[in-house]
Design a protein around this ligand. Structure first.
Ligand code: AMP
Length: 233
């Protein structure tokens, strides 16, 4: 099963993506995490993407698509799979515009694969801003925390690395505003795209982590039931 999870910055995509990936044993691919990993290294790609990520702007499509394809191929060979068609993944933070959605669909089609489901997390803007301001990240292992909903066990220290958590450079109020502006411009065409393909489910995300997850698993169950029925008919 291949899934994309859509939602504004601060909608809880990352948190839900990790839970879904674990529940269904599929690979979680977060483009934001991939870019943050690249930024930690000293490689030529770092210089190409840094100015975009730091300012909350979208990294150019050709770079993003290349990075996602590379990651999928890497994961497939890690799991001993020969073709994308046999993979199961959950994309978080991708696609960020209609072009990425279409380009990626063409790539999957060539590999006899497809996106099965797009989960759209709908959240109130004020709530997402509050969540983003409370978000912290471990500079070493890049694990995410939220000081309100998912705080570390001790002060502001990473549970695993025991070092001081930081605010992401793109979680400052000016950059948050920029990211939300881009999101507002890009989201509707993506939602329409997956809706027209009858792959979209919308989940109310102004709720607790557990409630949202329960709703998502319920929707996935219904969705896969319907798909099975369609194949049998
Ligand atoms: P995120 O962690 O998903 O909020 O992503 C952090 C940053 O990485 C974004 O603000 C963008 O600069 C970049 N980024 C992540 N995913 C994409 C994407 N699909 N397209 C373009 N830029 C992206």
């Amino acid at each position: 099963m291949n899934i994309v999870i859509l939602g504004s910055p601060g909608s809880g995509k990352g948190t839900q993506a990790k839970l879904i990936a674990k529940e269904y044993n599929i690979t979680h691919i977060s483009t934001g995490d991939l870019f943050r990993e690249i930024l930690k290294k000293n490689c030529p790609l770092k210089n190409k993407i840094k100015k975009y990520v730091d300012r909350g702007l979208l990294v150019p499509n050709e770079i993003v698509v290349k990075v996602v394809k590379h990651k999928i191929q890497q994961e497939n060979s890690k799991r001993g799979r020969m073709h994308e068609s046999t993979a199961g993944f959950l994309l978080d933070g991708f696609p960020r515009n209609k072009f990425q959605a279409e380009t990626f669909d063409k790539y999957l089609e060539k590999n006899n694969s497809q996106i099965d489901l797009a989960i759209f997390l709908k959240v109130n803007k004020k709530i997402s801003q509050k969540r983003l301001q409370a978000r912290r990240i471990c500079p070493k292992c890049l694990k995410n925390y939220n000081l309100i909903t998912d705080p570390p066990k001790v002060d502001e220290l990473c549970n695993l690395c025991k070092i001081k958590l930081k605010q992401r450079i793109d979680d400052t109020s000016t950059v948050i505003a920029q990211r939300l502006k881009i999101y507002d411009q890009e989201i509707q065409p993506i939602v329409n795209y997956y809706r027209s393909k009858k792959k979209l489910v919308t989940v109310e995300a102004n709720k607790s982590i557990e409630e949202i997850f329960q709703n998502i698993t319920h929707l996935i169950k219904n969705f896969t039931k319907c798909q099975k029925k369609d194949t049998l008919n």
